[in-house]
Design a protein around this ligand. Structure first.
Ligand code: BGC
Length: 332
């Protein structure tokens, strides 16, 4: 009798879990911004995959405001999501989101950006140190000597630290050798292109335009720097990196004002996140391919591979793969 009752309880619990009466199975998604194209793509992909699987994806965007992100996540928790996918604005402050979710027995996926000092259930991202290595390697091969401007992303974003760490593996030895001189080294608050532009303008003024290379951490900040360079008739003359393979970045590559970008195919990342969210909710096992330490634990991680894009391979990597449209990229 006891056994039958037990089985019955499990049956009812799982019915409630998956059907919630007429309600759909809910996943919460908290994104930092929709101002950058890359985060728009992540959202579109995840909505598409969720729809295909018949689950409800409840999306919130915090607009680079940590207070807003925390309270939006609290709301998602109270609305009964089974899993929370969070791309944090502030990597450290977001640990409270994890504590709150765990109190309600909701697992959290740290999406693209790692949430620090907390018991993150799983981290799904790209190999972010590798992203930086690709930028640093590309730039130092092209410009092994000269004056460098080194910009990094938002100090609140752990990815910014990893990108820079990767890039400096290539730049630092040449600085030590005396071949490269760093004339500016600054973080760009909130990854804002306008902040990057101001920093670049200052660097140009302070150095009488004598700058030979720019490490810009992503396409948005690269665009800001390129405007500053254009103001001095130097765009297209100073090699500059990027990341995200945004349409405008790709257009600048074919026009010759941006030297390279990094494709992190958000179609795969978004799909993976929803797939793992379903598995976490059902308590199913899934494969990971590494761990990343977040100051508290080694977080189980799924890290996808970034790809360098420049003028030579843009057609193959961005257009033939269907990531961007040829007409858009080559638009005058
Ligand atoms: C992401 C980049 C993005 C940047 C600014 C980083 O965490 O990994 O792809 O460009 O944030 O949003």
């Amino acid at each position: 009798m006891k056994k039958v009752l037990f089985l019955l309880t499990i049956l009812i619990a799982s019915l409630a879990f998956f059907s919630c009466g007429e309600e759909k199975f809910k996943i919460g998604l908290s994104l930092p911004t929709q101002r950058e194209e890359r985060w728009v793509r992540d959202k579109i992909k995840m909505l598409e995959v969720a729809k295909k699987l018949g689950v409800e994806l409840m999306v919130q965007v915090s607009d680079n405001d940590q207070g807003k992100q925390t309270s939006q996540c609290e709301n998602l928790i109270s609305q009964g999501v089974k899993v929370l996918i969070v791309a944090p604005h502030d990597a450290s402050a977001s640990s409270t989101i994890i504590e709150k979710a765990h109190k309600s027995k909701i697992p959290v996926i740290s999406y693209d950006r790692l949430i620090m000092n907390s018991n993150v259930d799983v981290y799904i991202s790209f190999d972010n140190v590798k992203v930086g290595e690709l930028q640093g390697e590309y730039l130092t091969k092209l410009v092994p000597k000269g004056n460098y401007v080194i910009l990094s992303g938002a100090p609140t974003d752990n990815n910014a630290t990893l990108f820079k760490e990767g890039a400096m593996k290539f730049i630092k030895p040449l600085v030590d050798k005396g071949d490269i001189r760093i004339v500016m080294e600054q973080a760009v608050i909130d990854w804002q292109p306008a902040n990057a532009q101001k920093l670049m303008e200052n660097a140009l003024t302070a150095n009488n335009n004598d700058i030979q290379a720019v490490l810009a951490p992503n396409d948005g900040t690269s665009g800001g720097c390129i405007q500053a360079l254009a103001g001095q008739k130097l765009s297209g003359k100073v090699p500059i990196t990027g990341q995200d393979a945004e349409l405008q970045g790709a257009q600048r590559i074919v026009q010759g004002t941006q030297t390279m970008t990094i494709l992190k195919d958000t179609r795969f990342l978004g799909e993976k996140a929803i797939e793992i969210a379903m598995k976490l909710a059902k308590g199913e096992k899934f494969d990971t391919n590494g761990t990343v330490n977040n100051g508290k634990i080694d977080v189980l991680s799924i890290l996808l591979t970034p790809i360098v894009v420049d003028k030579a391979n843009i057609d193959e990597v961005l257009i033939e793969s269907g990531y961007l449209n040829k007409e858009d990229v080559y638009k005058k």
